[in-house]
Write a protein that binds this ligand. Sequence first.
Ligand code: ADP
Length: 257
Amino acid sequence: MKDVTVRYGRHARALTTAVEDVSLTLVDGEFTVLVGPSGCGKTTLLRVVAGFERASAGAALVRDAAPAPGGGTGIVFQQPRLFPWRTVGGNLAFALARHGVPREQRPSRIAELLDRVGLAGMGRRRTWELSGGQQQRVAIARALAGEPRLLLMDEPFAALDALTRERLQEEVRTLAASSGTTVLFVTHSAEEAVLLGTRVLVMAAPAGAPGRIVAELPVDLPRDAGTDPAALRAAPEFARLRGELTATMREAATLPA
Ligand code: ADP
């Protein structure tokens, strides 16, 4: 993204400038986290990368092309947004079909996707029989159906209970580390940002001004799949980074407009 500004609304008097002059480059294989208070424009930026929203000014490119929904980008929202009239496998089959996977290959791909998100053998279940955490796992599997090179996640764990959230954070961390997928992840939690990100971008919309990126924090914690999550959370370096990020976020909220 180069100098991206997004304005909402059609009439001059009712325009909201959600973000202004944001420049951001996502590096292949990196896990970038956008963090900031609600309303600072995180979702707006993610929607620009997804191709759901056009920049009012500036330019956004994904691999040298204008962002477009589908293609090589997978998306996970806060709510799972599954088709309730389809089974778990049926939801994934729909996504695989959209990505052009031939019918005869779909059952094995569904089994493999379910396995990757810890839902092996659940393909015949109805989505409403699943817990919130399991539904979100299906949503992650659906996002992976097109073997995306870029995965966008918009507060995917915000609606889950604390224990389920921890478990899913760990799985996404492992998934990203082992597959090398480029991830752009939105959250308002400093803890989640440090746990998942290889770098964290702090956004702010001080005093109602348009949102922008105000700070960047590299996170240099062990990322390989074998890292023990409990040990990581207990590590002094983890606490230090979380503290530093929290302080930066507090400061950002009090910047002049
Ligand atoms: P965040 O994800 O950080 O909570 P958003 O990107 O959702 O922030 O919103 C940024 C700003 O843009 C907010 O002021 C919000 O009210 C406004 N906004 C978001 N979506 C729309 C929309 N569709 N129409 C008008 N204003 C919007």
